[in-house]
Ligand binder design. Sequence first.
Ligand code: GLV
Ligand code: MG
Length: 340
Amino acid sequence: MASTRTPAKHFAPLAIGAPEPFRTLPVNLERMIHFVPPHNDKIRAKIKDLAAQVDVVLGNLEDAVPLDQKENARKGFIQMLRDNDFGATGVWTRINCLNSPWVLDDVTEIVSNVGNKLDVVMLPKVEGPWDIHYLDQLLAQLEAKHGVKKPILIHAILETAEGVNNVEAIAAASPRMHGMSLGPADLAASRGMKTTRVGGGHPDYGVLADPGKDAAAARTFYQQDLWHYTIGKMVDACQAYGLKAFYGPFGDFSDLAACEAQFRNAFLQGCLGAWTLHPSQIDIAKRVFSPDPAEVKFAKRILDAMPDGTGAVMLDGKMQDDATWKQAKVIVDLAKIVAS
Ligand code: GLV
Ligand code: MG
């Protein structure tokens, strides 16, 4: 399986708006990837209720887990899966990075014990296709050995400068690829950015409006989206290979408005979901990554006005043609998945 990606119809996930070969299988709603610390007994005790509120629950074994809890986090995740059936909620884990002392045990112990209950492995700090090839082969060996019935998919975190440079090759690395998330905290460090934040914007990153004719007039400072370029690059690579793109974490739990704004930028640029690290972010992700009812209504009007998807019509003074028909279909398709 570790070869250049070919359309893997047997289990490739559907990306909204992706080219035809990938549009053959149903897609799961993944508006929020909700992170939980599996070494925490209190969280494990209420995991079933929590999982029922989210599209995906992810047991985090990597950053934010203290060194002396690494083994407990892995054991706790296995226990969590043994004790529960999460129904329609997706089950993911974020393993440790490939040059860490824990990753081999993360993969072997989890797949051998609960491989049939795991949907996706999130791989951090992916730098190139070679990282995906390694995990792909390891998963293939373990799946064969332990009789895992459904291939476990791989989700890469784009969070190093080298990874961003190689984003297309990473997307193309294996039919096991599910998608990618932007990891803004590690990426900021890897790029040498001058920030101390987990995602979101920065008050100093912006442009000053032109003074206009009156140079003495107060000038407006417009804050910009620090992640615009990387999200665009990631979305293009993902869509080209039928994968899903996600915004990652937003670390300031006290600023729900800024979290919503960051999630919304990602949604409008083509992302299908974001990570939620705190319960207060779950509803935000649900709202942002479900299409707006007014938008869906207008998109349906476009589809109705152009039954075969061609030609040009005017709706409310705005021209619609084959290209806006396709945009409308992305929104209507997503609305159907949300409603199902
Ligand atoms: C996530 O892992 C990040 O580094 O932002
Ligand atoms: Mg990271």
